[in-house]
Ligand binder design. Structure first.
Ligand code: GLN
Length: 469
């Protein structure tokens, strides 16, 4: 019996290499774990019976196109849709020999922070099934936390990798915009969407990032990485300057238990040799969220125009009138959140309001980028909590979209600036995981991995949920 709960992808790869078990046995062990624990957690939307590859298996968030395997982006409007091609990240995983376990649950079109917006029912947090796993990549993070997949890919537009990683006690990287291909990804907000790795350790994230990152001729916004991805080994933080933006650490709504664990990690960073100093992002935190909720819905309203009942997935019954077919399909196929955002985005982009809303938000976005750039003249990395709170209860925020939106108040500013961020688990508050967010300038993934790995060693967080130990 292979016990998947504690197994890292790196260890599994080593054991495969030494012939301790076969790739089929390893994949079988994850399938058994899925059969045992997923009925409760609902982290997968689809599992795959046959998959090629003699490496460590992987799960994909269900917005990554997989040839012949249903890809819904968590939406009923895409139910039954089987892409005829693989997303670039999927083919890179196939080329690296990673067999697919299945497709993970998510908020519809990645709009949400809890997976409760999924058209197929929510996922649950392996630390406490009455609580959400975060979102929108909550299926991927909960699957990794519960030992149902050694690693997974998610997507992060405003925080959808970092925030659920924090709530599930796993590691997640939102990469620098443009380092990972979006070809074949169901688009939400194209200027923000990035695919990134989710795993139990920082080294696993680095290994997976190495597989998927780099220029892709099919996505003109991608670039070649300036340096190859390094596997982190450092045990100290000597020479590293960490800025602690007070707005990201003292914003209203941060739970005391979250601050406590983050402060403990920062004290540890000092002991490891880092210089840790308070700093300020005066406008980014206040303006980040409102600016995001103009730009992301605007882009979404355009990206979601393609779901018309003709080209993909679900089609409503019609009476022969094409306009009615479009309208009915969209009315029946989309859930409330995409509808809310399509209305908001269409309004913000309309001729009379474009300058006042969308144009203005773009200018504010430039200011946010400049504020971050200025701090990175003085600091190598910035630190803050990833999420203001630990995992909340299912249903707690579903009636109040604004409360749900606030889940990302700390992850959105650096995303708006195109900068990478890593969330690592740094302790427990009320028995639930707390995430530490490390933010770096563009293309600083190696520095994030190094710092994240050194801290991870010192923190010695046990990523196996207490109730599963
Ligand atoms: N929670 C944010 C939203 O609802 C971010 C989602 C994401 O990063 N995909 O838009």
């Amino acid at each position: 019996m292979i016990e998947t709960l504690r197994l890292t992808a790196e260890d599994a790869a080593g054991m495969l290499e030494r012939g301790e078990f076969s790739a089929a046995e390893l994949r079988g062990a994850y399938r058994t774990a899925i059969d045992e624990r997923d009925p409760e957690l609902h982290t997968f939307l689809t599992t795959v019976d046959e998959a090629e590859g003699d490496g460590v298996p992987i799960a994909f968030k269900d917005l990554i196109s997989t040839r012949g395997v249903e890809t819904t982006a968590g939406s009923r409007i895409l139910a039954g849709y089987k892409p005829v091609f693989d997303a670039t990240v999927a083919s890179r995983c196939i080329d690296a020999g990673l067999p697919l376990l299945g497709k993970t649950n998510m908020d519809e079109f990645a709009m949400g922070s809890s997976t409760e917006n999924s058209g197929f029912g929510p996922s649950r947090n392996p630390w406490d099934p009455d609580r959400v796993p975060g979102g929108s990549s909550g299926g991927s993070t909960a699957a990794v936390a519960a030992g149902l997949a050694p690693w997974a890919l998610g997507s992060d537009t405003g925080g959808s990798i970092k925030q659920p990683a924090a709530l599930c006690g796993v590691v997640g990287l939102r990469p620098t915009y443009g380092t990972v291909s979006r070809y074949g990804i169901v688009a939400f907000a194209s200027s923000l969407d990035q695919i990134g790795p989710i795993a139990k350790t920082v080294r696993d994230c680095a290994l997976l990032y190495r597989i998927v990152a780099g220029r892709d001729p099919c996505d003109s916004t991608t670039v070649e990485l300036p340096q190859p991805v390094e596997l982190p080994e450092a045990e100290d933080l000597r020479g590293l300057k960490i800025g602690v933006p007070k707005e990201l650490n003292e914003t209203e709504g941060i739970e005391p238990g979250v601050s406590e664990q983050v402060n403990r990690s920062l004290a540890l960073a000092r002991e490891l040799g880092a210089e840790v100093e308070e700093c300020s992002l005066p406008r980014s935190v206040d303006f980040g969220l409102p600016c995001y909720y103009l730009i992301a819905p605007s882009e979404a309203s355009s990206n979601l125009a393609r779901y018309d009942g003709v080209r993909y997935g679900y089609r409503a019954e019609g009476d022969g009138d094409i306009r009615q077919l479009y309208a009915r399909t969209r009315d029946e196929g989309f859930g409330d959140e995409p509808k809310r955002r399509i209305m908001l985005g269409t309004y913000a982009l309309s001729a009379g309001y474009y300058e006042a809303f969308y144009g203005q938000a773009q200018r504010v976005r430039t200011l946010i980028k400049q504020e971050h750039d200025a701090l990175f003249e003085r600091f190598d990395l910035l630190a803050s909590p990833t999420s203001p709170t630990v995992a909340f209860r299912l249903g707690e925020r579903t009636q109040n979209p604004l409360a749900m939106y606030l889940s990302d108040v700390l992850t959105i500013p650096s995303n708006m600036a195109g900068m990478p961020g890593l969330s690592i688990p740094c302790g427990l508050s009320d028995g639930l995981p707390v995430g530490l967010q490390l933010i770096g300038p563009q293309f600083s993934e190696n520095a994030l991995f190094r710092a994240g790995h050194a801290l991870e060693q010192a923190l010695a967080f046990d990523y196996v949920p207490e109730r599963l130990r």
